[in-house]
Design a protein around this ligand. Structure first.
Ligand code: 4NP
Length: 182
């Protein structure tokens, strides 16, 4: 669903971010969370699936990174990998930390929660680079009662399932919105 077709409080931010897409033939999106072992690698894996289902792999570049560096070099959290695998999704991303050059190499930089967004605003080299920043909540549809993707790290199994449910819808909405609007 194109999230600009309903009254979306994030509309101005979404339109600003879409105007930062340098080449509509190649959309470069980076998902960000704190650890880059739970939420953002799941968003990364799900977005790859959405893009593949539309045979649009050559039009999208997708990656993820963490604001923190505690898990650099690691595969995603074993719990996240197990929950994703139950849905047929294999998560193989290797954790890395976000860096300033990501603002040159990506058009849209999408944070999972407000703390991620604050850290990204601090890291952005220029105001134009800040325009690339969006919270994942901008793409929530039926989950719009949530205002962020909750951190599942200290949660039980249900936390991981909720994150996967939210991100499944949000990545589809991101794809639909970008393809409809650019
Ligand atoms: P993520 O979850 O930000 O979704 O990858 C976390 C992973 C690790 C930690 C916190 C959150 N940690 O504190 O190590």
């Amino acid at each position: 669903m194109n999230v600009l077709t309903f009254n979306n409080p994030y509309e101005p931010a979404i339109r600003r971010a879409l105007s930062q897409i340098a080449d509509p033939g190649r959309v470069r999106v980076l998902f960000i969370c704190l650890g880059n072992i739970c939420r953002s690698p799941a968003a990364d894996g799900l977005m790859h699936e959405v893009v593949a289902s539309h045979h649009a792999e050559n039009r999208w570049e997708i990656d993820s990174a963490g604001t923190g560096g505690y898990h650099v070099g690691d595969l995603p959290d074993p719990r996240m990998r197990a929950h994703a695998r139950q849905r047929g999704l294999n998560l193989t991303h290797i954790c890395r930390q976000v860096r300033e050059s990501d603002f040159d190499n990506f058009d849209l930089i999408i944070g999972m929660d407000e703390s991620n967004m604050r850290n990204l605003h601090r890291l952005a080299p220029t105001p134009e680079d800040e325009d690339k920043l969006l919270p994942m909540a901008a793409f929530f549809g039926s989950y719009s009662r949530h205002d962020h993707v909750p951190d599942p790290y200290y949660d039980g199994a249900q936390g991981f399932e909720t994150v996967l449910d939210i991100l499944t819808e949000a990545t589809e909405n991101l794809y639909d919105t970008v393809t409809a609007e650019i």
